[in-house]
Design a protein around this ligand. Structure first.
Ligand SMILES: [Fe+2]
Ligand SMILES: [Fe+2]
Length: 165
């Protein structure tokens, strides 16, 4: 596709995010199964539900733009998730695995935060104020998830550190 305008870039980036979110929908159930800490498990479960709504928000925007959300694979998220998969294949103490899962999840959230920050701003510049609001909602959820993971890491990383000896 030719990118002649900010609108073209906006749509391309939205497609990337749509692909990224769908990859996350597939990865999160595996992370839920792999996590040991009940708080971490339930945090992932909650974010899985949020992610389903985030996909619906993107679909709504595509519908209103009369565009298809499909046709792009987000290679960045593919790489971030591949790193997480590699981690999950390791033999690790449960606390250490949980610490690793938090790190993997934070990479995902930071990637999303960058993406949603961009498309939210493009939407504002293009005058799509309703889209900007929807994208801001998702951005807020990604940020809240990242903060929650940081909070969980405070305990889980300490438990992982006890396995040092
Ligand atoms: Fe998301
Ligand atoms: Fe997320």
């Amino acid at each position: 596709m030719d990118m002649e305008s900010l609108k073209d870039l906006f749509i391309e980036e939205l497609k990337d995010l749509y692909s990224a979110e769908n990859q996350i929908l597939k990865a999160l159930p595996k992370m839920i199964r792999k996590a040991t800490s009940p708080e971490l498990k339930s945090g992932f479960e909650q974010h899985l539900k949020e992610t389903e709504v985030q996909v619906e928000r993107l679909e709504k925007i595509f519908q209103e733009l009369e565009q298809s959300p499909k046709g792009k694979k987000c290679k960045g998220m593919e790489g971030v998730i591949a790193d997480g998969k590699e981690l999950m294949e390791e033999e690790a103490e449960p606390e250490v695995m949980d610490a690793g899962l938090i790190g993997a999840a934070q990479h995902v959230e930071h990637y999303e935060i960058a993406g949603y920050g961009c498309v939210r701003t493009y939407a504002e510049l293009l005058g799509y104020h309703d889209f900007a609001k929807l994208l801001q909602k998702t951005l807020d959820e990604e940020r809240a998830t990242d903060e929650k993971l940081t909070e969980l890491a405070r305990n889980i990383n300490v438990e992982a550190a006890r396995t040092a000896a």
